[in-house]
Ligand binder design. Structure first.
Ligand code: ATP
Ligand code: MG
Ligand code: MG
Ligand code: MG
Length: 390
């Protein structure tokens, strides 16, 4: 199935069960939100999970692009991207976890045709504040899906405070032959979907209180689902990533994690640019800058002459279309080319300065401050220069 077909089937499944479309947000949360980027489908719905009535009702469905800077270091494996699309369904104080799990199982097996024996679920096993999730356990067992109970891994939160609750994750077997073992510690089990019971609020002092109503919030990674439906070995084989993989590999002989990092970071940079962010030294602009610089650092390790304008516009245009963004490919590529020139210049000026300081011994805090304040060299760039020359 193509990503568009997957999205249609997902939306249709929930619309037929009384869900209305929640509008998709950009990656930029509304003013006043403490978080830099939208990190999950539930993020834009936070006020409604806390009790405010949603204009579209109590059952919602949507597709929401997300950016997780916390996953930056995971990129390079088979399943983690920095930007991805999340298919989401919600019950705002309406139906509970048993219904959510049943509808999810039905969609995966009857809708998407996943062989039920390839499924494994995990549920919250309880801690000193909240008891084990017996309802989810019983529902999975009744459906014939093996379940494993865990601790903190099955507690969902979007940060140290705010709405949170026990969750139940669904994994699909991607190994050769029949499934073996459990998802814990075996990455042949790929997590595709999480069903969260959003029914608590975590306060500043760590206390948990019940939300005014018990909600369900589910999120399924589009690229992950496409991967398991294709029988692919990684998300990089899917339609959304392939134009980048092809374009990058066409020009430069990259493989493995290097290829994945360059592909992921450039694609994510385009989506972030498409939502209006421009490179800068703080906040969102700095996240964008880091994405571009990490990609360039990998590219230049073997050949410092490589440049982003060598890539065609097709992957840019394809990504903007997939993420439903109206921005033009050409101007975005010009921004990246500009950012590349700037990074080249910084490295050219920075390298001799860092070398000179290093010759005297390990860099001190005042060294870092001087490099930053006088020469505009951020700490992670200096550390990169130290590591690269080391
Ligand atoms: P993982 O354990 O694999 O890091 P997660 O438990 O952090 O995933 P959730 O917060 O439960 O992920 O998000 C819901 C769904 O979004 C996941 O089940 C997965 O399908 C998808 N997803 C999460 N993180 C990523 C990512 N970095 N890249 C692609 N898809 C992701
Ligand atoms: Mg994760
Ligand atoms: Mg997980
Ligand atoms: Mg999860």
């Amino acid at each position: 199935m193509t990503p568009d077909q997957i999205i249609d089937m997902f939306l249709d499944h929930y619309r037929r069960r009384g869900h209305r479309d929640a509008p998709e947000s950009s990656l930029i949360p509304p003013p006043g939100d403490p978080v830099l980027f939208t990190t999950s489908g539930m993020h834009p719905l936070t006020p409604y999970l806390a009790g405010r009535p949603h204009p579209a009702g109590r059952r919602l469905v949507d597709v929401q692009r997300c950016l997780r800077t916390t996953d930056l270091d995971e990129v390079g494996d088979a399943t983690h991207l920095t930007v991805f699309d999340m298919l989401g369904s919600w019950s705002l104080g309406d139906y509970g976890i048993a219904t959510s799990v049943r509808w999810g199982h039905e969609l995966l097996t009857e809708g998407f045709g996943v062989d039920p024996v390839r499924l494994h679920a995990t549920v919250f096993g309880g801690d000193d504040q909240v008891g084990p999730d017996e309802t989810a356990w019983a529902t999975w067992t009744d459906l014939g899906v093996p379940v494993e109970a865990t601790g903190a891994e099955n507690w969902w939160s979007n940060g140290p405070t705010g709405p949170c609750g026990p969750d139940s994750e669904i994994f699909v077997w991607t190994g050769e032959g029949p499934p073996t073992g459990t998802p814990t510690g075996d990455d042949r089990w790929v997590e595709v979907w999480n069903h969260v019971q959003m029914r608590y609020h975590r306060h500043d002092d760590g206390r948990l209180t019940a939300l005014p109503m018990s909600n369900i919030d589910t999120g399924m990674g589009l690229e992950r689902l496409e991967m398991v439906l294709r029988g692919a070995r990684s998300v990089f084989e899917g339609d959304g990533l392939r134009p980048w993989v092809d374009a990058v590999r066409d020009r430069w002989p990259l493989e493995g994690p290097d290829l994945r990092i360059v592909v992921d970071h450039l694609r994510s940079a385009v989506v972030v640019l498409g939502d209006g962010v421009r490179p800068g030294n703080t906040g969102r602009g700095y996240v964008l800058r880091r994405l571009v610089r990490r990609a360039l650092t990998v590219l230049w390790r073997d050949d410092p002459e490589r440049g982003l304008t060598e890539l065609p516009l097709d992957p840019y245009a394809d990504t903007l279309r997939r993420f439903r963004q109206p921005a033009g490919a050409q101007p975005l590529r010009a921004v990246l080319a500009d950012e590349e020139r700037r990074f080249r210049g910084l490295l050219r000026r920075g390298r001799p300065l860092v070398d000179r300081l290093r010759a005297r011994g390990p860099l001190t805090e005042p060294d870092y401050r001087w490099l930053h304040d006088t020469h505009g060299l951020p700490r992670d760039l200096v550390d990169g220069l130290l590591a690269g020359a080391g």
